[in-house]
Ligand binder design. Structure first.
Ligand SMILES: [Cu+2]
Length: 313
């Protein structure tokens, strides 16, 4: 494990991280240098040339000094040009995605991240990737603006509704790395977390195999896991308390009043419709803010969630 973590930044865990940091610290130290020169210069001159005598004893300042003027024009221009050229080079590296990258679809919503793999399954809150392999993330949002940030990889990108954005990284070490949402997106924004788990290529292949085979897990147990990994729990409680959405406790089989005044009984078909088309029937007293899970939760996932809901008496 690399130990380049500093008080400012976590360890450099991706191939681009050291380059981003080098550029950052270049700009940073130049800024500190000029901050010091300008601040102390200002104080020094203010004291040295403060008015001592009467008004008619003012000294006259210098009138034009070509050498000095050239110095303070040419040197900053050169520094800014270096920042531009260097920055552009790193920018290109971060934005030109290697052709052999593994592509994973990222979906953000209030308040969780889902990762869809090319093999046709998805995970919630856990992005498992192989070490030393470029990974492309193709990202979009189901609702508002979010931003996907992995500090240890030095990659960050806005995640928008109705439009794709993408980033790529290549992890250099096995381990777990924190993902944050860095665009304020509502009540549970700070809980919009996920983990990148970097594993060896063999462990990755083993993990892939396990994902496509969930036989042996009882549906209600699978549903319970989905309930948290897909962040249903950020809006629905299981203990009867009211949250952004209705509680799931004692809900299945009960009769509810909709915003339209219509009365319905919560059965399998209603729950299924509520997950795939949440705004078709909105429960009285709640805002229509639930995103649709069409294309994200499979029929089997919905079966599992229904089975779980039935256990919450
Ligand atoms: Cu967010």
């Amino acid at each position: 494990m690399d130990t380049t973590a500093t008080i400012w930044m976590p360890q450099q865990a991706s191939t681009i991280a050291s380059e981003v940091d080098a550029l950052f610290y270049f700009v940073y130290w130049i800024s500190i240098f000029f901050l010091a020169v300008i601040t102390f210069g200002t104080i020094y001159f203010a004291v040295k040339y403060r008015r001592k005598g009467k008004r008619d004893q003012l000294t006259s300042g210098p009138h034009g000094h070509t050498g000095l003027e050239l110095t303070w024009s040419v040197i900053p221009t050169l520094i800014v040009l270096v920042m531009f050229a260097w920055g552009f080079q790193v920018y290109l590296k971060m934005n030109v995605i290697p052709k052999d990258a593994l592509e994973i679809k990222v979906t953000g919503y209030q308040w969780a991240w889902i990762f869809d793999y090319p093999e046709g399954f998805n995970t919630g809150g856990e992005l498992v990737v192989p070490v030393n392999k470029p990974v492309k993330l193709l990202m979009s949002s189901l609702d508002v603006l979010h931003s996907f940030y992995v500090p240890a990889f030095r990659v960050k990108m806005d995640v928008l509704p109705n439009r794709y954005t993408s980033i790529w990284f290549e992890a250099m070490y096995e381990g777990e790395f924190q993902v944050f949402c860095t665009e304020y997106c509502g009540k549970s924004h700070s809980d919009m977390l996920a983990m990148v788990k970097v594993v060896s290529q063999t462990d990755y292949e083993k993990w892939l195999e396990k994902q496509s085979d969930d036989s042996g897990t009882p549906p209600a147990e699978k549903g319970k896991k989905l309930f948290t990994s897909r962040a249903c729990n950020t809006c629905h409680s299981t203990d009867g308390s009211k949250s952004v959405g209705p509680t799931w406790q004692g809900t299945f089989g009960s009769t509810e009043v909709m915003a339209s005044g219509e009365k319905i009984t919560v059965d399998e078909n209603y729950v299924r419709e509520s997950i795939l088309n949440p705004n078709a029937k909105v429960v009285k007293g709640f805002q229509p803010v639930m995103p649709t899970f069409q294309g994200i939760l499979s029929d089997k996932d919905i079966d599992a969630l229904v089975a779980y809901m039935k256990t919450l008496k």
